[in-house]
Structures are given as structure tokens and as C-alpha cells.
Design a protein around this ligand. Sequence first.
Ligand code: HEC
Length: 228
Amino acid sequence: MPVAAAQDAKPAALDLPEGAAKSVVVAQCTGCHDLSRILNANHSAGEWRNVVTMMVAAGARLSPAEKDAVARYLIESFPERAKPHPVVIAGQVQVSFREWEVPTPGARPHDPLATPDGALWYTGQMANVLGRLDPSTGAIKEYQLKTPASGPHGLVDDGAGHIWFTANFAGYIGELDPKSGEVKEYQLPGAARDLTPCCSTVMACFGSPCKTPTCSAASIRRPARSSS
Ligand code: HEC
């Protein structure tokens, strides 16, 4: 086989171990990327469940029963392999980490922002929310955005109590008033989202060349624009 062809060879369904949900994986997990994402991954059971939740949030079409079956199949077929352990280097600095679990699984929390009131904000990119953590109590409040699949990403605080964000998938800048939960949207020119929009789900082209058969100009679905 020529070298270039060997390098381009994509893993095929043949590379997947047998199992109850193999056919669902072949049918539902190869539209946006190939199987190398699965074959090269190294995840604990909990991480696999999170991956499947994230993929459903991204647009993978699985019923709740299939979602569970796919997670079980992945957990059984691809058990976690040993990973290198971190090495603690002795020194004068003491560092500790605290973790808070965000309320929506698969939200893909992004871009933490500390505000002067002591809160910590994040964008839940795949769950279409902005979140606010109060580290003193551990309470987290999530604010749902009005345009579906906005894909909120970076955050800034304007010093007057409003939180501004970039809506990565929908192509607008948003301004949240945390007191009322109201979001104002400032639309960007149509091509801001990307240069070659395609696919029936906003996420389908994210990170990898789009391979879905629905990828045609007719299938571009943009969220409705609001005039505010
Ligand atoms: C609608 C598109 C879409 C579908 C369908 C899809 N994925 Fe993904 N997947 C993505 C995107 C986008 C990424 C890259 C996310 C990133 O790396 O930031 C990804 C990344 C991954 C990764 C690597 C990330 C990690 O943490 O290991 C795995 C594994 C994965 N997908 C598994 C699956 C499985 C299993 C299915 C079927 C249930 C599936 N995908 C279906 C869009 C999709």
C-alpha cells in the first residue's frame, strides 16, 4: 500500500470489538468524526458516560436506552488503561485544588471568570447556559440562553454587574443581566460563525471535516435571529 494511502487509512467498523451496541456505535458515532476518537481514547467508566452525554448534546441521535447501551459497550470494550502518575516535586509552594461538579452533565464547561463579588462564572458550551458558582457555599446557578445551541464560549464582566459572552455556534455577542436572567443579543454578520457553514446540527462540523450526508446549503439551519 502506498505510504500516503496507509497514513490516510481510517479505522473501520471492523476494528470495533463485538458487543451489544456495536451496530448503534457504527450507525450513530461516525457521522461527525471517524472511529479513531473512540479507539484512541482512554477513559474510566464515569468518563465514558460523560463522553456519551456530551456526544448526545453535540447531536448524536441516541434514545435513552441506546445511550445507556452505548455507554456500557464502551466501558466494557475499552477499559481504562494505566496512565502516567503525576510526580510531586518538593518545594516551598503549597497548592491545593477544589472541584465543584457543574449541574448539567456533558455541559463542557468553559472559560472560568472570577468576578469582584467573589463569584466564579463559566460557560456551559454544550448545554446552552452560563453558570455562576458561589465558592463560599458551593451553590451553582445556571442561566439558560434564549437562542438554542448558542455555544457560549468566552466571558467578560463589564464592572456593572452584567456578564458578556461570545455565542460561538450562533454567531452573536450576548449580555446577561444576572438579576433578571435577561439576555440581550448583538448579532454579528452572517459569516461570523464560520466560512463554510454546513450540516444539520450546529455542532456537526466542529473540529473535524463534515461527513454527514445532510451537509448541503439546503440543510443549513441557523437559529432564528432576534432583533434586540
Ligand atoms: C454531531 C456530531 C457528533 C456525533 C454524532 C458524535 N460525536 Fe463524538 N465528537 C464530536 C466532536 C465535535 C468532538 C470533538 C470535541 C472536542 O474534542 O472538543 C467529538 C469527540 C469525541 C471523542 C473524543 C473526546 C474524548 O473525550 O475522548 C470521543 C471518544 C467521541 N467523540 C465519541 C463519540 C461516540 C461514542 C459517539 C456516538 C455515540 C459520537 N462521538 C458521536 C461530535 C460528534
